[in-house]
Design a protein around this ligand. Structure first.
Ligand code: FAD
Length: 397
């Protein structure tokens, strides 16, 4: 029987809660320390590839996810100026037939909530709010974490799941601030009745244009409609979860086709995200301390994989602990070794897909020609390595 351990997780986002759940499923004690005054997530949609649904299956969450997810019939890309269809990939049966798992979209707060509920009902997990991790120190057999306010918490190991601006990463990797991409995302969610029938579309639809794109799709069984407008902007240096400037958005999409402009006009208030990532690294573990999710490998959102990769991390970490029979430093190294090339590939490919979506001139023509020349599933084929996902039981043998 493997030794059980007491883990401290800094950060109660999707990654931190997923890790808490799988570790507690193996009998480990876990304390999740969240700086905010509540465990909550912003209301916006996220896409989840078949690789993430594979993880839900492994974690026993399929039913809970299916109750709130939406399964779009296709993924489409149109030209934002002309409205011309560039490509449409069928999903539904095709994703299941190709990968064994569906492609779905979910309200971020719903995913976070179902993970939270699973953690709340699982013995061995302590969930704490208003617990901001300021610093940590480690010895041969444990870690001590210092919270803002002076309290300290002890455990056998620390997992930094504290996001893009991770404090734990500052110490372990020390690579400064994230790379600011110069791009911002404006997000909004409408109720179904707020979207006129001629603008509603069950597909995940992307309108690509020069240095801009808009994505929309339904959420929560089709009761909501999610919109994400992304564009290059030099206005913002730093910031997170603030409000967007509708005038700037209107200006950036001034050349868009009427359908897109009509849709954008439906929204009064946008939430704004400054988009950033980092260069891939392979030194995010130091003995009894490791990183997970955006803290370890923040990526641009163009492949819609950040949350999915954080959930994969949690599963791999658990498998590494099983394999090493609870030898934490060895397990953390094995986990990092198993993850850094896959997550690094997603980080770099996401940048490339950003260029593809925002292409202009000859690049744009080439993109359209390549996408249009393929078969229906060709758009998927280039990302097969990603959507195939990982097979937890075969990771460490
Ligand atoms: C515009 C946009 C669209 C996206 N679309 C998708 C998508 O379609 N699909 C997808 O899979 N991903 C998507 N993502 C990415 C995804 O949202 C993130 O990758 C994912 O949420 C990362 O989860 P995390 O738990 O690692 O970090 P976070 O969600 O950032 O959570 C970190 C948590 O740590 C807490 N914290 C921070 N510092 C401390 C501290 N010192 N002490 C205690 N707690 C702390 C924070 O309060 C937070 O709760 C998108 C991101 C953006 C910006």
């Amino acid at each position: 029987m493997a030794q059980t351990t007491s883990f401290i997780i800094s950060g109660g986002g999707i990654g931190g809660l997923a890790a808490a759940l799988v570790l507690a499923q193996d009998g480990h004690a876990v304390s999740v320390l969240e700086q905010a005054d509540a465990f909550s997530e912003i209301g916006a949609g996220i896409q989840l590839g078949p690789n993430t649904f594979r993880m839900f299956d492994y974690m026993g969450l399929t039913e809970a996810v299916n109750r709130v997810a939406f399964f779009p019939p296709g993924l489409g890309m149109n030209d934002v100026r002309t409205g011309e269809k560039i490509v449409r990939v069928k999903l539904g049966d095709l994703a299941r037939a190709t990968y064994g798992f569906p492609y779905g979209v979910i309200y971020r707060a719903d995913l976070h909530q179902l993970l939270l509920q699973a953690c709340q009902t699982r013995p061995g997990i302590t969930l704490r709010t208003l617990a901001k991790v300021e610093s940590f120190e480690q010895s041969a057999d444990g870690v001590r974490v210092q919270l803002a306010g002076g309290e300290s918490v002890q455990g056998s190991a620390l997992i930094g799941a504290d996001g893009l601006w991770s404090k734990i990463r500052e110490v372990i990797v020390g690579d400064g601030k994230p790379r600011v991409s110069g791009q911002v995302a404006y997000r909004a969610v409408l109720r179904r009745e707020q979207v006129p029938a001629h603008l509603w579309n069950d597909d995940v639809t992307l309108w690509g244009g020069e240095k801009t794109h808009l994505v929309h799709y339904p959420l929560r069984r089709g009761e909501l409609f999610n919109l994400v407008a992304v564009f290059h902007s030099d206005k913002y240096d730093e910031g997170w979860n603030t409000f967007g400037d509708s005038a700037e958005l209107t200006e950036r999409f001034a050349q868009a086709c009427p359908q897109v402009r009509e849709l954008l006009d439906k929204i009064d208030t946008w939430k704004m995200w400054l988009l950033g990532d980092r260069e891939p690294v392979k030194n995010w573990t130091d003995r009894r301390v490791t990183l997970l999710g955006d803290a370890a490998h923040p990526m641009l959102q163009y492949l819609a994989q950040g949350a999915g990769q954080a959930i994969e991390d949690a599963v791999v970490l658990r498998e590494a602990l099983r394999f090493t029979r609870g030898d934490v430093p060895r397990a953390f190294q094995k986990y990092q070794q198993a993850r850094y090339l896959r997550t690094g590939r997603v980080q770099l490919t996401a940048r490339f897909y950003g260029d593809i979506y925002h292409a202009a001139g000859v690049q744009r023509e080439l993109r359209n020609q390549l996408f249009q020349s393929g078969t229906e599933s060709a758009g998927f084929a280039g990302l097969k390595w990603m959507y195939d996902g990982i097979e937890p039981s075969k990771l460490f043998q």
